[in-house]
Design a protein around this ligand. Structure first.
Ligand code: SF4
Length: 360
């Protein structure tokens, strides 16, 4: 029973005992060598710039999507210094389509910090890496383990799934205390301190296992190197882990977007403020209500054409978007707005639904 298992795990921790998985790391290391991923462009390198770039890109995006973005980013910004010297618009433009633009913004700031504080060379410990913008504990550990052989644990979504299942860790992942407890378990499971070479392969292995075998739905337990030790499999319900009781509270917001084109086919775009939704991106003028949109277009009410509304789903929020087309005039009182031709807007960082509208 998972609740009994949680009590047992808690008692074990309270007693200071390591879980009974002394050979876990060795199995993961051996499995990675024969079944893990080894040909991705950010592997087989100890360059922290490449590893960091890939780790950030992979945070909410599939490997197959990241491949093209990774190559284009490196072509334009081959070093952390080049990225630091680039403009935010260039970075957003290259990021366009990956979503979660806060990652790109933090990445740009991080590159500038590496240059300003560390002379353009990434620091070599997870503790120092965590002082950089956008680098959390898990990303810092991945860079430190892959590039500098530091013995530190990672705990991204994939790894969390593997470890909670193998250990039968039934603590609620909504709780910071339980998450800390799982970090402790993850550290206990690392390869021995005297085996510095194993940490990079172990880190890659546990990530690979979560990404390719221990899947959220229908894990391929037959192919798993630690199936004989897996508590969740023994209990018969692996998908029950990780346990998370507090669900994300979703909200909804309605926005009206003005699609304005001139006779040359240019579109009227404005740069969003540095805070709030789509911060720093180029966007169609956005209004909280149709009345506000009409008020910004005096005398043009009869030229407004309502296009079919649609829903765009964000992580925490459903956006109900109402596009309104107009060919008459430009809205009043909008700062930082201008006409942009198609060749330029295709290169800019645009919110996904705006790009969809313009391309549609
Ligand atoms: S046996 Fe199955 S549930 Fe357990 S770690 Fe392996 S793939 Fe995941």
């Amino acid at each position: 029973m998972p609740s009994e298992r949680a009590a047992a795990t808690a008692a074990q921790r309270a007693a200071g005992a390591a879980p009974a998985l002394p050979d876990f790391a060795a199995h993961i290391v051996a499995w990675q060598a024969t079944h893990g991923r080894s040909a991705l462009p950010w592997q087989n390198t100890r360059d922290p710039y490449r590893v960091w770039l890939s780790e950030v890109m992979l945070q909410q995006t599939q490997v197959t999507t990241v491949l093209g973005y990774f190559a284009r980013f490196l072509e334009r910004f081959p070093t952390v210094g080049a990225l630091a010297a680039g403009t935010e618009d260039e970075v957003f433009g290259l990021w366009s389509g990956l979503g979660y633009y806060s990652r790109a913004r933090n990445m740009h700031r991080c590159a500038q910090d590496v240059v300003a504080r560390f002379g353009g060379v990434f620091p070599t410990t997870a503790a120092e890496l965590m002082t950089l913008p956008g680098i959390g504990r898990s990303t810092a550990a991945a860079i430190a383990a892959f590039c500098f052989g530091e013995r530190v644990a990672i705990l991204d979504g994939n790894v969390k799934r593997v470890l909670t299942r193998v250990l039968g860790f039934a603590g609620d992942m909504s709780s910071a205390a339980q998450e800390r407890a799982l970090w402790d378990e993850a550290t206990r499971l690392l390869p021995p301190a005297d085996d510095r070479d194993a940490i990079a392969r172990y880190t890659q292995g546990v990530m690979d296992l979560g990404a390719t075998v221990c899947l959220p739905r229908k894990p391929a337990c037959m192919l798993c190197p630690v199936s004989r030790r897996c508590v969740a499999l023994r209990e018969g319900e692996p998908e029950r882990y990780p346990v998370k009781t507090r669900k994300l509270k979703r909200t909804a917001q309605s926005l009206w977007m003005l699609e304005l084109r001139d006779p040359q086919g240019r579109v009227w775009l404005e740069k969003r403020p540095a805070r709030g939704i789509w911060a720093g991106l180029y966007c169609l003028p956005v209004f909280d209500s149709r009345e506000a949109l009409v008020a910004a277009m005096p005398g043009a009410a009869s030229d407004l054409e309502d296009l079919p509304p649609f829903v765009h789903v964000l992580t925490h929020k459903d956006l109900h978007l109402h596009p309104v087309r107009c060919r008459a005039t430009v809205p009043q009182g909008r700062e930082g707005a201008r006409w942009v031709d198609a060749a330029e807007w295709r290169r800019l960082g645009l919110p996904a639904p705006v790009r969809k509208l313009l391309e549609g």
